[in-house]
Design a protein around this ligand. Structure first.
Ligand code: ADP
Ligand code: ZN
Length: 358
């Protein structure tokens, strides 16, 4: 089976992302990720029945505690974070504990934040089981929990010691979650790699059919892209902001809908289409490129229009509350066309309202 590796270099520190089928079956590899005595495996109730036993078996010679969360973004809370702190305290975990996140972005964000905070920071390993986590949230060290006031408002930068993306875990991922992950895959092509975008256009059906080699290649290319950006801008002072293409619009839709609406990736798909349309309206991007972006997302089974019932004014108000806003001024990632994004601070409300109203 083919394996791929992507290194993330952050100054003197570096870690490796391993991508391939069957990685979770390699007990020795898993064991090597836990140098200390203690390990805490965080996962959720959908993932645990499929994959937890394998991880536990690989770590039998360690003192391992597993903690299974109820699934869903609505669990990424301070209350759950507190619960994990209590678990770590109950284990008698010292600074040599390794926290492993086995699951999607929710588990990864919460586990990463717990690892960042326990005794001011302990070793953290990502074992992503969703496409979205493999290509995005498991890489780059952003960890957080949500508040009722907004997503990811409480968090820290805390890089993992390693990321092990076992592509075989995607076999059990629900179809809708797979498609949502593909939105973030398209994002990399859209914001920085026209060649990759065209590659995806040629492989939309193969991706939906979960062809292992195509999926692994797509994941590796996304990770390479993200690793490059994170290496140049770990804490999002500049270039890393481009990874938020579609996200200011998307987060507004997500929060305005509340839990049970669009999935994050779906909202990002709509958000990218809105960002592309706004850019074209402003004369910054070619209209045919915006159409190509929407067409690819549609072929991947993703929504490309704002769900019914969400008003433009309410969405604009949400966008203003987004973390990316600087002292009230909206900061948007706009588009120059396929393969090129840019950060823009001075877009008039009327222009934004016009695309939110279309
Ligand atoms: P994301 O990675 O998209 O941020 P979540 O962590 O919420 O999102 O995971 C999405 C959903 O998919 C959750 O309900 C989670 O329990 C479930 N899930 C995650 N990985 C798998 C998998 N490999 N097989 C089946 N279900 C999974
Ligand atoms: Zn995202």
């Amino acid at each position: 089976i083919e394996r791929r590796q992507v290194d993330v270099a952050l100054g003197a520190r570096r870690y490796r992302i391993h991508i391939g089928r069957g990685l979770l079956d390699e007990a020795a590899r898993l064991l090597a990720l836990v140098p200390g005595r203690h390990a805490l495996v965080l996962t959720d109730a959908n993932v645990a029945p499929h994959y937890l036993a394998r991880v536990q078996a690989a770590l039998v010679e360690k003192q391992v505690q597993s903690w299974v969360l109820p699934p869903g973004e609505q669990e990424k809370t301070l209350a759950r974070f507190g619960e994990v702190m209590t678990v770590l305290a109950g284990m008698g975990a010292s600074r040599d504990v390794t926290v492993l996140a086995l699951g999607g972005g929710v588990v990864g964000d919460l586990a990463g934040f717990a690892a960042a905070c326990w005794m001011r920071g302990v070793r953290f390993v990502q074992l992503p089981t969703t496409l979205l986590a493999m290509v995005d949230s498991a890489v780059g060290g952003k960890t957080a929990v949500d508040l009722p006031e907004g997503k990811n408002l409480v968090g820290a930068f805390h890089q993992p010691a390693a990321v092990l993306a076992d592509v075989a875990t995607l076999d059990t991922l629900p179809e809708r979650e797979l498609r949502a992950g593909l939105a973030e895959v398209v994002k990399y092509g859209a914001l920085g790699d026209a060649g990759f975008f065209a590659w995806l256009e040629d492989r939309a059906e193969a991706l939906l059919a979960r062809e292992p080699e195509v999926l692994a290649e797509a994941i590796a290319r996304c990770c390479e892209h993200k690793a490059g950006i994170v290496a140049r801008d770990e804490t999002e002072q500049g270039e890393r902001m481009l990874l938020n293409l579609g996200h200011t619009f998307g987060h507004a839709i997500e929060t305005e809908q509340g839990y049970g609406g669009l999935l994050h990736g779906e909202a990002v798909a709509v958000g990218m289409v809105l960002a592309a349309r706004l850019s074209s309206e402003l004369g910054r991007a070619p209209w045919p490129d915006a159409a190509r972006l929407a067409a690819l997302l549609e072929r991947l089974g993703l929504p490309v229009a704002i769900p019914a019932g969400l008003g433009p004014q309410a969405l604009l108000a949400r966008m203003r509350l987004d973390k990316k806003a600087v002292s009230g001024a909206l900061r948007l990632v706009l588009w120059r066309g396929i393969g090129q994004a840019e950060v823009v601070d001075d877009v008039a409300d009327e222009a934004i309202l016009a695309v939110l109203d279309a």
